[in-house]
Design a protein around this ligand. Structure first.
Ligand code: NDP
Length: 295
């Protein structure tokens, strides 16, 4: 048996097209131009790549994109002042502070300063709490992408056994909440969990968000399960060549057992920015008092 490959690239492209069409509609019917502000502190090369990609995709969707680049030694007070300005700016509906921040800055203080209505990364405690309570909230983008990918295979996740491996605030915990909202039965595992292979073998849906290259092996997977690999790990290329990206799942093994699986790259990573556009559009409509958009 060979799993079908879940094409994150195509699903993300289709989602971006739907966002662009809704953006065109709110511009035309409501004179609303959704705007996303991205704040980058320092010059971490990986973060710069992400920010460039966010900027381009925001513009391609027809939204306004505002980039704020600050030096590594910016003070926390200056960063807080910028967030205050963006919170008050009516042209800005979404604020994303690219993580990680330099060690001199207290990340939690920065996240807490973002207006929860503009918190398109879904990391503010108001949004995390609302999500945990089952209320409408801006949810983090990567877990939202995971749900969309799962639903590209299963129309409904109701009653399915899911395992989320990893419990970070960015991925594992919000994914647990989103899966509960879909009426899945969820196990959440972490570095202290016992017998992870056995826990994983019960699951119809496996989400790996660990940050350990190819940790989840093929013989952990229940035959026919859907495997969503969130991990992005850079390994040195053969003979010192270009680094290669691998996920948290041993793809070459899991693909022989699973029913459907996401590749790395070309799976979850593609969905994260697409869902950021969705969140920005949703935030803009909510702030303007419009109904939730059709994406
Ligand atoms: P974190 O490092 O914040 O969290 C990792 C989680 O994995 C922790 O909960 C940790 O457990 C758990 N863990 C670590 N080792 C083990 C183990 N041996 N067995 C079981 N659980 C373990 O990572 P993130 O959640 O931020 O990211 C996870 C992965 O997803 C990374 O590869 C990252 O690059 C990728 N990622 C991809 C994105 C995308 O767009 N595709 C976006 C965000 C992340 P404990 O809590 O006990 O320490």
């Amino acid at each position: 048996m060979t799993a079908s490959i879940i094409d994150g690239k195509a699903i993300a492209a289709e989602l971006r097209a739907r966002v662009a069409s809704e953006v065109a509609r709110v511009k035309r019917d409501h004179k609303l131009l959704p705007g996303l502000a991205v704040v980058l502190v320092g010059n971490d090369p990986a973060s710069e790549v992400y920010v460039r990609s966010k900027h381009k995709q925001t513009q391609d969707a027809g939204m306004a994109s505002f980039e704020h680049k600050l030096p590594t030694d910016v003070s926390q007070d200056d960063l807080l002042a910028l967030i205050g300005t963006l919170n008050r700016d009516p042209a800005v509906h979404g604020i994303l502070v690219q993580l990680p921040l330099p060690k001199s800055i207290h990340t939690e203080t920065i996240i807490n300063a973002i207006d929860p209505a503009k918190d398109v990364d879904g990391l503010h405690p108001n949004n995390a709490g609302r999500l945990a309570g089952g209320f409408a909230a801006l949810a983090p983008c990567t877990p939202l992408g995971c749900i969309i990918l799962s639903k590209s295979v299963h129309t409904s996740l109701e009653g399915m056994n899911a395992i989320v491996i990893g419990r970070s605030n960015l991925v594992g915990r919000p994914l647990l909440q989103l899966l509960l909202n879909e009426n899945a039965t969820v196990t959440i595992a972490h570095s202290r969990s016992r017998d992870l292979p056995k826990l994983t073998a019960r699951a119809d849906l496996v989400f790996a968000a660990v940050g350990k290259p190819e940790m989840v092996r093929g013989d952990w997977i229940k035959p026919g399960a859907t495997v969503i690999d969130v991990g992005i790990n850079r390994l040195p290329g053969a003979d010192g060549g270009k680094p290669r990206l691998v996920g948290d799942v041993a793809f070459h093994e899991a693909v022989k057992v699973a029913g459907a699986i996401t590749p790395v790259p070309g799976g979850v990573g593609q969905m994260t920015v697409a869902c950021l556009l969705v969140n920005t559009l949703r935030a803009a409509c909510a702030i303007a008092g419009l109904p939730k958009p059709g994406v």
